[in-house]
Design a protein around this ligand. Structure first.
Ligand code: FUL
Length: 482
């Protein structure tokens, strides 16, 4: 009897200690996103709005000598921009407060080349304020584009211009913030009006602006802002204006190598680098029309909803963010044709991603970390982005089998890594259970924040995700099936 009691007590202790044995989560691997970058990833898609004197001169790049008087939208309605953008499902708006021509859409006290000398509201208008206010009113984020290159300023190329540029940033961040993203355009130098000198200027883009100090100054004014430029520091360019990031897209690069005049810099930006030392995810910038500014003769060349869906898939669907430019016309309105395209796109997106067939579906994994419930396969279909499936540290592969219950039509598989712990997965394939056996239906490389894989329209009741290679144990937070 005594023996039995002792045994019972001992086994109780064992069970207790098993239950209490805490399996630790994987340690972060390599570079990881900052809190600001994480918030930025979650926005996924937002609008760019290009609007300035170019809208009235029919140009893409103003020379800097245009009269302020030509800027005169006849029936501007900024609420119409922002409500259209919001209805399209876009989560923010980055506004060209000053493009390369130097014309300021707010009454900057540091220049005469601005709305204050235009006919708009007899020089009393402030379009940056209107846009920032409307963004707040409609609950979307507001961002700033302020062209570093300025073809109007006499002193462009000299140290005093950098002072001027910083003063303008101070004005903008003090009066119109908070700002979610600051867009530093990489276009630099060349010919221009330059206060009447009409010459051509070359600057050393990596040194002239003294970016580290400019960025520190702005960060001080707005600690939550993320900075976009060709190479970061927070967000990098996708290296084209056509609407796609590489199928392989690492969120990491080593920024110190980017300014070294590498011949393959565009390839590097488009794909990122697997062993990059910093987290610098890509943003895909593309216009809904051929130009960045409105031109009447492009009214018939607005992208179709189908094309916009393709762009979404090759940007957000490959782990980048999408910034879609929608340029207001000379009235100061988003043109009817663009509105129609956006409505169609939203409808198509809603239909395509209407029902997640995998939500709360049963999932089994080849293995899971420490056999702890905390890291089980079910975490990928629980609809909670903060839980994840992962394996023991030594494991660099593994698979997840998702049971859809019965045969369903499948077109898209969406996957997300839990990037808080770094981007890990190098390659994976997708299989579908058909006619009693598993059949490979897709083969891909990186996942990152999000990956949407289009598969041939199939009927299946089970999907298997096979992680074939990972830099460290795979950590997946979400799998959705449409
Ligand atoms: C480029 C600029 O030169 C274009 O005009 C446009 O603003 C685009 C978004 O960036 O570098």
């Amino acid at each position: 009897m005594k023996k039995l009691l002792l045994m019972l007590a001992l086994s109780g202790l064992v069970i207790l200690s098993m239950a209490q044995k805490k399996i630790t989560p994987p340690a972060p691997f390599g570079a990881i996103p900052s809190e600001n970058q994480l918030a930025w990833h979650k926005l996924e898609k937002y609008a760019f709005v290009h609007f300035t004197t170019n809208t009235f001169t029919d140009k893409e790049w103003g020379y800097g000598d245009e009269s302020e008087k030509i800027f005169n939208p006849t029936s501007i309605n900024v609420d119409q921009w922002v409500s259209t953008i919001k209805e399209a499902g876009l989560k923010g708006l980055i506004f060209t407060c000053k493009h390369h021509d130097g014309f300021c859409l707010w009454p900057s006290k540091f220049t005469e080349h601005s709305v204050k000398n235009s006919l708009y509201k007899n020089g009393e208008g402030d379009i940056v304020k209107e846009v920032a206010d409307a963004c707040r009113k409609y609950g979307i984020k507001f961002g700033i584009y302020l062209s570093p290159w300025d073809r109007n300023r006499t002193d462009y190329g000299q140290p005093s211009y950098v002072e001027y540029y910083r003063n303008q940033l101070k004005e903008l961040f003090t009066n119109y913030g908070p700002v979610f993203e600051m867009w530093f355009d990489g276009a630099n130098g060349g010919d221009g009006y330059y206060g009447g000198k009409r010459d051509s200027r070359k600057i050393d883009a990596s040194r002239y602006y003294d970016w580290p100090n400019t960025i520190a100054m702005v960060k001080n004014l707005d600690p939550k802002v993320v900075f976009f430029s060709d190479a970061g520091p927070d967000i990098r360019w996708c290296a084209n204006e056509k609407g796609y990031i590489g199928e392989t897209n690492w969120c990491t690069i080593s920024t110190d190598t980017l300014y070294a005049g590498k011949p393959d810099i565009l390839t590097l930006l488009n794909a990122g680098t697997e062993d990059g030392k910093k987290w610098v995810p890509a943003e895909v910038d593309v216009s809904i029309r051929p130009g960045w500014f409105y031109h009447k003769n492009e009214d018939t060349k607005v992208r179709t909803p189908e094309n916009l869906l393709d762009i979404y898939l090759s940007s957000v669907g490959r782990g980048a963010n999408l910034i879609l430019n929608i340029p207001p016309d000379r009235r100061g309105l988003i043109n009817e044709n663009d509105q129609k395209a956006l409505k169609g796109w939203k409808k198509l997106m809603d239909e395509t991603f209407k029902t997640n067939l995998a939500l709360h579906a049963r999932v089994t994994a080849s293995s899971y970390r420490g056999r702890s419930r905390q890291f089980t396969a079910g975490n990928v279909t629980d609809g909670n982005p903060n839980t994840y499936w992962t394996t023991d540290d030594k494991q660099k592969s593994g698979d997840l089998e998702i049971n859809l219950g019965k045969k369903k039509n499948v077109k898209y598989i969406l996957l997300q890594e839990y990037i808080e712990l770094g981007q890990r997965i190098r390659s994976f394939k997708i299989e579908a259970y058909q006619n009693g056996q598993w059949k490979q239906i897709a083969n891909a490389t990186t996942i990152g924040y999000k990956r949407i894989v289009s598969v041939p329209n199939i009927q299946t009741s089970k999907i298997r995700i096979v992680i074939t290679d990972s830099k460290a144990c795979p950590v997946i937070s979400t799998i959705e099936v449409y």
